[in-house]
Design a protein around this ligand. Structure first.
Ligand SMILES: [Zn+2]
Length: 76
């Protein structure tokens, strides 16, 4: 079975390359590294988004209400 190395695009052969579909162990490890860092980047915003959405809704709404109420009372 012939394929192309996903990292360096070199032609690979499942009968010849033990790291198929990668041409070498170095390319195989590089792909694993890319996958690991992608997973890290994806899981971080998901956790932060949840954290920020819950925190913003609770702190900004009561704060804005107080800020609008007090200056209005003093100006009128
Ligand atoms: Zn390669």
């Amino acid at each position: 079975m012939k394929h192309k190395c996903p990292i360096c695009k070199a032609a690979t052969d499942s009968a010849v390359h033990t790291d198929f579909p990668f041409c070498s162990e170095r390319c195989r490890e590089r792909d694993l590294g890319n996958w690991a860092s992608e997973k890290y980047v994806v899981s971080e915003p998901v956790f932060n988004e949840d954290d920020i959405a819950a925190g913003e809704g609770n702190t900004i709404v009561p704060d804005l209400d107080n800020d609008l109420d007090n200056p209005n009372d003093a100006e009128h």
